[in-house]
Write a protein that binds this ligand. Structure first.
Ligand code: FO1
Length: 320
């Protein structure tokens, strides 16, 4: 177990980021990991308030996630969805029987006036998770996916349409008036964190909505805490999900260099170190010229030991 003399704040989206989050939870002392999780994929469906990325983090750290698909619960059954299908209801978003309990409970608690943070903390406590899982905001922010012909909500694009439409851009409805998570703001000011990690999540639809919350990236930059980001693109392919496809549709080469340029241009001075895979080592010189340190290691996380090894690397060796 690594005693860093401080906590780690990790910014994450869904399945790809949760892998490194699990490695970080494994190598840090209990309670030392704080996750700041994207909530712009959240949506209301069948009358339920669904927070996919918060639940992916929660289930992964609780050791109850379906590790094959990356989201939802292991050993899930689908009776409710099958019954709904017979009724002619909407079944494109697959909600398992036990997962539905989480959404029912969250929906009820939010309707009773509790915040997303309070509900998340209670869920984490009940599932025995020692890490702190913070929604990026308690306010409503929703990703809008733009295509040449129409706009889509994120889950319509991602799940219903299986990322098939070519994207032309993204916007985050509600972001201008959203306030970033106050517990994370307090912890930043109190000097609780010794390292900030940007997980290998999708830069456009997972990390951008977090960093574009008013004042957040500037607060992280000005904190003087080292910020280390892991590239979600390895050898021209996304570790998980549609990041590489999105990049080529946006006219950006699907490379680790382009991800570093994206972060460098949008959030100047934020990243102290960019971690890339051995297969992308030839890009190190050009990334370094963007004004950040570059660290090269194995970033593909298949086994639990890969997650722990990368976690140790980002908290200990990168920037050492
Ligand atoms: N992803 C899918 O690809 N198909 C699904 O039917 C689906 C259902 C689902 C239910 C609950 C939940 O918490 C997550 C779910 N996800 C599903 C994952 C989710 O849509 C994405 O992983 C994230 O929004 C992207 O970060």
């Amino acid at each position: 177990m690594d005693d860093l003399h401080g906590c780690v704040l990790a910014l994450t989206g869904g399945v790809g980021g949760a892998k490194l989050a699990l490695g970080l939870a494994d190598v840090l002392a209990p309670g030392q990991l704080h996750l700041l999780v994207n909530t712009s994929d959240d949506f209301e469906h069948l009358g339920l308030s669904i927070s996919p990325d918060l639940d992916t983090a929660l289930y992964t750290l609780a050791g109850v996630a379906d590790t094959t698909q990356g989201w939802g619960l292991a050993g899930e059954t689908w009776n409710t969805l099958q019954a709904l299908e017979r009724l002619g209801g909407d079944t494109w978003f697959r909600l398992g029987d036990r997962d539905i309990a989480t959404h029912l409970w969250r929906t009820q608690q939010l309707a009773a006036g509790r915040s997303l943070s309070e509900v998340g903390a209670a869920l984490a406590q009940r599932l025995g998770v020692a890490s702190h899982i913070h929604p990026m905001t308690d306010d409503r922010v929703r990703t809008v996916v733009h295509t040449a012909s129409h706009d889509l909500s994120f889950q319509q694009y991602f799940v219903r349409d299986r990322c098939a439409p070519a994207v032309t851009g993204f916007s985050f409805e509600g972001i201008a008036s959203a306030r970033f998570n106050s517990a994370v703001g307090d912890a930043l000011r109190a000097g609780v964190f010794s390292r900030i990690v940007v997980c290998p999540s999708n830069p456009y639809v997972s990390v951008d909505p977090i960093l574009q919350l008013p004042d957040l990236w500037q607060a992280l930059r000005d904190s003087a805490i080292p910020v280390v980001a892991v590239s979600p693109i390895v050898a021209g392919m996304a570790l998980k999900g549609p990041a590489a496809k999105m990049m080529s549709e946006l006219g950006v080469p699907a490379t680790a260099l382009a991800v570093a340029q994206h972060y460098g241009q949008r959030y100047p001075g934020l990243l102290d170190c960019f971690v890339i895979d051995h297969s992308d080592a030839p890009l190190a010189g050009e990334i370094g010229r963007l004004g950040m340190a570059v660290a090269v290691t194995s970033t593909v996380m298949q086994q639990r030991q890969d997650k722990r090894r990368l976690a140790r690397f980002v908290v200990r060796e990168a920037l050492a």
